[in-house]
Design a protein around this ligand. Sequence first.
Ligand SMILES: NC(=O)c1ccc[n+]([C@@H]2O[C@H](COP(=O)([O-])OP(=O)(O)OC[C@H]3O[C@@H](n4cnc5c(N)ncnc54)[C@H](O)[C@@H]3O)[C@@H](O)[C@H]2O)c1
Ligand SMILES: [Zn+2]
Length: 364
Amino acid sequence: MAVIITVALGERSYPIHLGAGVLDRLPETLRGLGVKGAAGLVTDDNVGPLYAARVEGLIREAGLRCVTHVMPAGEEQKRLTAIEAICGTFLDGGLDRSSVVVALGGGVVGDVAGFAASAFMRGVPFVQIPTTVVAQVDSSVGGKTGVNHPRGKNTIGAFHQPRAVIIDLNLLRTLPDRELRAGMAEVIKHGVIADADLFAYVERHSAAILGGDLEALVYPIRRSCEIKAAVVAADETEQGPRANLNYGHTFGHAFEAVTGYGHFLHGEAVAVGMCAAGALARLLDMVDDAFVARQRACCAAYGLPTVWPELPVEATIAAMRKDKKARAGALKFVLPCAIGQVVHRTDVTEDQVRAALEAVRASA
Ligand SMILES: NC(=O)c1ccc[n+]([C@@H]2O[C@H](COP(=O)([O-])OP(=O)(O)OC[C@H]3O[C@@H](n4cnc5c(N)ncnc54)[C@H](O)[C@@H]3O)[C@@H](O)[C@H]2O)c1
Ligand SMILES: [Zn+2]
């Protein structure tokens, strides 16, 4: 069964097509955009060999020429030189202001291709075809695009909303197991911040989801997109409620930074980060022990890390301090008060943060 979710942003509203097989809607989607000439397809060297030929065929079905750029896979490729390379392929292939960009891949491809689309010829439309759980439940929706700078992750970018997102669950069949599990951390996050029923569903269906039952993923991916779409519609540029999506990320980003982005996948760092946020909320008496145990058990059911015996407490605090300085504000935490409900706290002391980190390290 396929569904359409709308991201409501006035005249920049766009549909998310979700279901097994919805990739077939690409030709009509492209025809509806009024683009002509050529489409620039951006993918990486893992996803390209699996799906690019099929997508190229669908682009031609829409009456467009296809110019394909295959970038090497990996977070290290999310850098400005990738933008220059993509624009080079587009220029060589004769793309112009009436062209469209199609991103086929995980969050890295989506962020890079989206940023290229925002800048090429001062902005051309783009369509997202996310192929990882992270990209399907998070990065493809919301219009944040960009690349990393050696001095900081996601520090160069633009808001550039896609014109459509096509989430075909069949594309997940080839996704490595560890990537699937890491993506589920963002789904669990959506449950904790906004939807107790989603959380309970994810809790109950871990065996089916990890066993490759794609039907079991329809509901959690749909709800995740709806939650993200609602938050983005209310707060496109992240002044207020969009910050809820950062649950587990203040800690998670610091864990990624202190490990040099090589140790944890992003979703794994978020899982430990949610456990740290849970420990902090427990210390502040916002939740009880049952909340902490339940959140941890759910992450553990997906094979996600929930404790980190080697956690470098002081280095993590230093990384958080640096991040806070970069954003020129108080250290802000999104903390749970129940499954499905979070609040923002700016009054947390460094000693409380330290105690929460020690709890995550010691509970091994
Ligand atoms: N823009 C946003 O709002 C937003 C939100 C969350 C994350 N992100 C970004 O997303 C990135 C992480 O995304 P990700 O987790 O998708 O990582 P990724 O794009 O690196 O993909 C993970 C790996 O899976 C491979 N892969 C992708 N789809 C596959 C498939 N269907 N079959 C086989 N292999 C496949 C990729 O080649 C890669 O090796 C980070 O850079 C993060 O900053 C952005
Ligand atoms: Zn995330």
